[in-house]
Design a protein around this ligand. Structure first.
Ligand code: FUL
Length: 745
């Protein structure tokens, strides 16, 4: 018999198909495939569908939640990027307890901790034989400390993985910018990869500037990778590395369409790739900007020269900065924000790398712990109760050994596969009883590749089928939240996929309720009306007005609450299924005085509009999130009405200094006083005598003793320096003036 090429191909496809028909199939990983110039679009789709993670990539993806720790000399300086000559003698975390780090992060659900062993400043948290700029030359434990050792041991004891961040950019090292630096860097890598047990992730930063001598470095990336593969073959190399890609932002939010299979370079080498070690060219693994919205659509892969498995890691800090800064203690992300990030990272086919920076004591701060625990509570309350228990499935298109029942068996490695290619691939799931649900989890069996391009979910409302969720990619995990629905059956409809879909999980959950405030905290004049509501129907809301935590015995919310004085409302919602929200605390501040503006502030920077300056709350050190009022190139000029004539002892006003953000202190502040609001006397001036150039970031208070001046009206003028001076990067552009809280005693 003569076998035509076409029949031969069909025979191979059938063979593969039969081969897959057993849940126990052993998978051989293939995270790279070449595209030939004569490959048709069908062939490219088939190839894309079959690119799978390497073993180390798969193990990494399954962790879902991982933690970053930024700790070093910058913690003590309270800066994000230290300088090459920073004095390391100030490094002395006297109460350090790395076991606390591990237990806090493990309780939050983290499966791995990546430590900044050396940041761009060059300071090493382990005693390195190759530099003096390390922990051995600090007062910490009289030079006998080794935080890499302590943390790696604490992780191993707690059964979680350990990873290292080692900044290729080193501002301190004299060799930086020469060939010898590559040897130096490899020596340091070797220390980290041989002396501290199993390393699960090596994180190479993309930030790359000049060294101490003004030179830039040409990195021997391939040499670094080879060393890692030899010393720690199970470690993934992230960001400037072949295994794990930066998602493209530091916001905590991934893409709604997130492909793990992306076009690769033509220069990938087969032999390296087949060893699950993608090659590198000029520091880039894919010929695209990682910040682009579309990285792996059909459009992109049809033009590709190769395809690689290159999944997204989403790094974000729990605080505004990567390193600890005491000014940020009240700016820690809330549990609700962390949960939102979870849905938009883990729930969008990524791994979350959440940074939690310890403070100067060497401890994770109480506020960070509270947020992490809150996040864990909300995730557990949602995901510990899967409504698929005892569910039944129906599909007219299911392959033997891969029936639709595997969608609800709680395993991400068993999956539903089909006997024929349908235009739409449909399965129905019947719950053991009617349920209220508002969250769905979908998973593809990525051991067989990422294939689904478009899906929809419907529930039966007793008469009709209605859509409650839809999307594009799924990948390892897709989570979708939607307004609560009630039903005992749903349908999953796969509308488009590369090759046949291999869905492994569909699960339904009900998240605890949330409480919302309208307005969501503000400052006010005479009085204010506040409305409370919950996203879950028939929830009851309980609240307190004294800052204490509410319970079922607290005030039950019925109508809007009218406030006449500064008040904190704390509220909880309890849904009919007895799920409880976290308590939400919101402040409403009554303005202490009325205030009239002679010049108008920037709308963009005025947290509580006209009341900002007199609401009794001073902004924190971070101008974007603090309670500040900004004036661009203009002076502040306001009149405060105390309501009656008073004998005054002291007046003060606060300004922020943040030269990097073009925010300067005022050159002077003038206070003048009046009984009638028309005639002003005693113009008292407080002049800024500080050298502005190089002045330290922070808040400065301009105070005047008043020795019993009597007045009802006070005019405050703060003089903006006008334009940025010639030594400043913004030379010539308007300077900002930021003020908050005028206080009169
Ligand atoms: C960036 C660095 O410059 C930041 O300081 C931080 O380490 C972040 C995770 O990566 O590129």
């Amino acid at each position: 018999m003569k076998i035509s090429i076409r029949n031969f191909a069909v025979a191979i496809i059938c063979f593969c198909y039969i081969g897959l028909n057993a849940q126990s199939t052993k998978k051989s990983f293939n995270n790279y495939v070449k595209i030939n110039s004569n490959d048709t679009e069908e062939i490219i789709l088939e190839k894309a569908a079959k690119v799978t993670p390497s073993n180390r990539q798969y193990e990494w993806q399954k962790m879902e939640l991982t933690a970053f720790i930024h700790f070093g000399i910058n913690t003590f300086d309270e800066v994000e990027w230290g300088q090459h000559e920073t004095d390391i003698k100030q490094f002395n975390p006297t109460n350090i307890d790395v076991k606390q780090w591990v237990s806090v992060l493990k309780n939050a659900g983290m499966k791995l901790i990546v430590l900044t062993t050396k940041h761009h400043d060059g300071f090493c948290l382990w005693p390195s034989k190759f530099t003096d700029y390390d922990i051995a030359n600090t007062p910490f434990k009289n030079g006998d400390g080794d935080i890499v050792n302590d943390l790696s041991k604490a992780c191993a004891d707690a059964g979680i993985k350990f990873g290292v961040y080692l900044s290729p950019w080193d501002m301190h090292e004299k060799l930086y910018g020469t060939d010898e630096y590559n040897t130096h860097f490899k020596n340091q890598l070797t220390e980290l990869l041989t002396n501290y047990g199993e390393i699960a992730e090596v994180w190479f930063d993309g930030a790359n500037g000049e060294g101490a001598n003004g030179k830039k470095q040409i990195y021997d990336w391939n040499g670094y990778y080879e060393l890692i593969r030899n010393l720690q073959p199970n470690a993934v190399i992230a960001v400037m590395g072949p295994d794990v890609r930066w998602v493209g932002t530091e916001s905590g939010y991934g893409r709604k369409t997130e492909w793990s299979v992306l076009p690769g370079n033509s220069t990938y080498q087969d032999d390296i790739a087949s060893g699950s070690q993608q090659a590198e060219t000029n520091g880039a693994f894919i010929p695209q900007n990682l910040m682009d919205e579309d990285l792996g659509s059909r459009d992109k892969i049809f033009k590709a020269e190769s395809l690689v498995w290159y999944p997204a890691e989403i790094d974000v800090s729990i605080r505004p900065g990567w390193f600890y800064n005491s000014g940020d203690d009240n700016l820690v992300k809330t549990p609700l924000k962390l949960v939102d990030i979870y849905y938009n990272s883990v729930g969008l086919n990524g791994v979350l790398l959440l940074n939690v920076p310890p403070d100067k004591r060497g401890l994770i701060h109480e506020n960070d712990i509270k947020s992490l625990n809150g996040m864990r509570y909300l995730l557990d309350e949602t995901f510990n109760d899967n409504f698929m228990e005892k569910a039944k499935t129906v599909s007219s298109n299911e392959a033997k050994g891969h029936e639709a029942k595997y969608l609800v068996d709680n395993s991400s490695e068993t999956y539903w596969s089909q006997i024929k290619t349908d235009k739409q691939t449909v399965a129905q799931i019947i719950l053991n009883r009617g349920r209220n649900f508002n969250t769905v989890m979908l998973q593809e069996n990525i051991l067989e590749g990422q294939r689904i391009e478009k899906f929809r979910l419907e529930f039966y409302n007793g008469q009709l089928w209605e859509t409650f969720a839809e999307g594009t990619t799924i990948g390892y995990k897709r989570l979708i939240r939607f307004p609560e629905v009630h039903s005992d059956r749903i349908k999953i409809i796969i509308e488009q996929s590369r090759s046949n879909p291999q869905l492994s999980t569909v699960a339904l959950f009900k998240a605890p309720p949330e409480v919302s405030f309208e307005p969501n905290g503000c400052s006010f004049g005479e009085n204010i009306k506040v409305k409370l509501s919950s996203d879950t129907k028939r929830s009851k809301i309980y609240y307190t007005l004294d800052g204490s935590e509410p319970n079922k015995k607290s005030l039950l919310y019925k109508d809007e609450i009218t406030l006449n004085s500064t008040t904190t409302i704390t509220a909880i919602a309890i849904s009919p299924d007895k799920k409880q929200s976290l308590p939400t605390k919101v402040n409403f501040n009554k303005a202490k005085y009325s205030v009239k503006y002679n010049r108008i502030y920037s709308e963009k920077y005025s947290a509580s509009k006209e009341f900002t300056l007199v609401d009794g709350v001073c902004g924190a050190e971070n101008f974007t999130t603090g309670d500040w009022q900004g004036f661009e190139g203009d002076n502040l000029d306001v009149v405060i009405d105390l309501g009656e004539s008073k004998a005054l002892n002291k007046i003060s006003s606060n300004y922020i200094n943040d030269l990097n953000s073009f925010i300067f202190l005022p050159s002077s502040v003038e206070y003048s006083f009046s009984e009638d609001g028309i005639n002003y006397e005693s113009n008292l001036v407080v002049t800024n005598n500080e050298e502005i150039k190089g002045s330290k970031k922070g808040i400065k208070t301009f105070t005047r003793d008043l020795d019993g001046i009597t007045a009802r009206y006070i005019r405050v003028v703060a003089n903006n320096i006008g334009t940025c001076p010639d030594w400043h990067k913004g030379f010539g552009s308007k300077a900002w003036l930021f003020i908050d809280e005028i206080d009169v005693k």
